[in-house]
Design a protein around this ligand. Structure first.
Ligand SMILES: Nc1ncnc2c1ncn2[C@@H]1O[C@H](COP(=O)(O)OP(=O)(O)O)[C@@H](O)[C@H]1O
Ligand SMILES: [Mg+2]
Length: 456
């Protein structure tokens, strides 16, 4: 493996003290994910202190460790980089990794669709550039610096996801990333419990533009609520709008359960391609990704062609057939990764596309909505009635929806996913299409597990 961090660079980036010089092929903050030759950064978490895992890092082949103090029983000439604060040290590695890179940097934020858009951009650019992007949704004060600290010297493009739960979290991360292109995927109520209002969400997301390089481009959904807020934050930056109008304009969208055929005009370039993942929401993410490709100066036609290989992410639109205990098979739309009101509506619209015997919605609580929770759940009633023939619900919040829908649609309600799982499994009939969706904390994996028998 190539050296990513020399001893000199580690010191230059962090100002730390090296007890013995070492170099690293990468950076890890979790020993379970550490590869031989990487440096382990011992961070202090809420529950655990990374310093307790330094010996484990050595056993797993770490080339060295960034620490705040020399752990007990360690020789004073061990490969340790001692810094006053390892979180600040990791952030410094990220800033240095960013500063030394020649890559075009794309930053992605938004209420929904960040990881999907990140993966679309990775795929869209892969044929024309060496692209760096995190393997998962690494979008917070740890994930963003980690992604930048891992940026290979020869990368030509990098895609960094920036997320938030609370006000004030995006701007410092955006300034660390210093993107050439900053994308807002969508403005919608997610984490609204912490944010207070949709306008506050728009204000917060738009702070991503404070990190834009002077000649950077702001990519904005044309139909976003509080669009003027987004434009105000973009300031003097060049703006690419994507959507029904704008610089990246949808000309036509033809939807099927397996995917969409998208025709669009990106600047002066016309593209037409098939996205093998269903739903208008994913088509819009693809349009946003293509707008970003154009904004970054890459080839839009080649990018659109590459998106024909897109595969929906696990728990985010992946579909598969499952075998039923009673015989026969049903189609499972696994949307169990996460949920917010916008992604619920998007998933229900995809369920509605399926010509099934019955369309079954298995829904659990959407979390982090605070005082908006009950109303946002009950407010899904008409979308559910449009999309589903029968509804199974779990969780105290989904109870509000279950009670709001027409009694004819009510399958069963249970307090939690574990209790609901066998009820759903027993109720399915051959040729049903089943959507399973809730926030991660609602543990819909119990339902997925109960349904996950593959057909012979
Ligand atoms: N533009 C969109 N509008 C509505 N829902 C979306 C959109 N893009 C993705 N989703 C859905 O939102 C959920 C989270 O998607 P993901 O890409 O992981 O977003 P994030 O990284 O912002 O959490 C998934 O259910 C996904 O299908
Ligand atoms: Mg994500």
């Amino acid at each position: 493996m190539k050296v990513l961090w020399s001893a000199e660079d580690l010191v230059a980036a962090t100002g730390g003290r090296l007890l013995a010089p070492f170099e690293a092929t990468g950076v890890a903050i979790d020993t379970r994910k550490l590869a031989r030759g990487e440096m382990f950064v011992a961070l202090k978490g809420d529950r655990r202190d990374g310093h307790d895992f330094v010996a484990e890092a050595v056993r797993r082949g770490a080339s060295g460790m960034m620490v705040e103090r020399v752990p007990e029983n360690f020789p004073t000439d061990a490969p340790l980089l001692v810094v006053p604060d390892t979180l600040a040290g990791l952030t410094a590695l990220g800033a240095y990794g960013r500063a030394r890179s020649f890559a075009r940097i794309f930053a992605v934020t938004g209420s929904v669709g960040k990881t999907t858009t990140k993966e679309m951009l990775r795929l869209a650019l892969a044929g024309q550039a060496r692209v760096h992007a995190a393997e998962a949704s690494y979008n917070n004060h740890l994930g963003v610096p980690l992604t930048l600290a891992r940026l290979p010297g020869d990368a030509q493009a990098a895609v960094v996801e920036i997320g938030m739960n609370h006000p004030g979290e995006i701007a410092p991360l955006a300034r660390l990333v210093r993107p050439h292109v900053a994308i807002i995927t969508a403005i919608a109520p997610a984490h609204i419990g912490h944010m207070g209002s949709l306008e506050a969400i728009a204000e917060e997301k738009a702070t991503i533009f404070s990190g834009l390089l002077p000649d950077g481009v702001a990519v904005i959904p044309a139909d976003a609520p509080f669009l003027p807020v987004l434009l105000r934050h973009a300031g003097k930056a060049r703006v690419f709008r994507f959507g029904a109008t704008g610089e990246a304009r949808l000309l036509s969208l033809s939807e099927s359960p397996e995917g969409s055929v998208i025709a669009a005009e990106i600047g002066a370039v016309r593209v037409r391609f098939r996205l093998p993942a269903a739903g208008r929401h994913l088509a819009m993410n693809a349009l946003g990704a293509l707008a970003a490709v154009a904004a970054g100066g890459f080839d839009v036609k080649a990018a659109a062609e590459a998106l024909e290989q897109f595969q929906p992410l696990p728990g985010r639109g992946a579909r598969r057939w499952i075998a039923l205990p009673s015989g026969g098979k049903a189609l499972l739309l696994d949307e169990s990764y996460n949920a917010s009101p916008a992604s619920m509506r998007a998933a229900l619209a995809v369920l509605a596309l399926n010509p099934a015997r019955r369309r079954v919605a298995v829904l659990g609580d959407m979390l982090e909505l605070g005082a908006f929770g009950p109303a946002e759940h009950a407010g899904l009633a008409s979308a559910v009635e449009d999309a589903a023939d029968i509804v199974f619900a779990c969780g105290p919040l989904m109870r509000h929806l279950f009670e709001a829908i027409s009694p004819a649609l009510r399958g069963a309600y249970a307090p939690d996913a574990k209790t609901l799982a066998p009820i759903v499994a027993a109720a399915l009939l051959p040729e049903d299409a089943v959507l399973v969706k809730a926030s991660q904390g609602s543990a819909m994996h119990f339902v997925i597990a109960a349904l996950s028998k593959e057909p012979d």
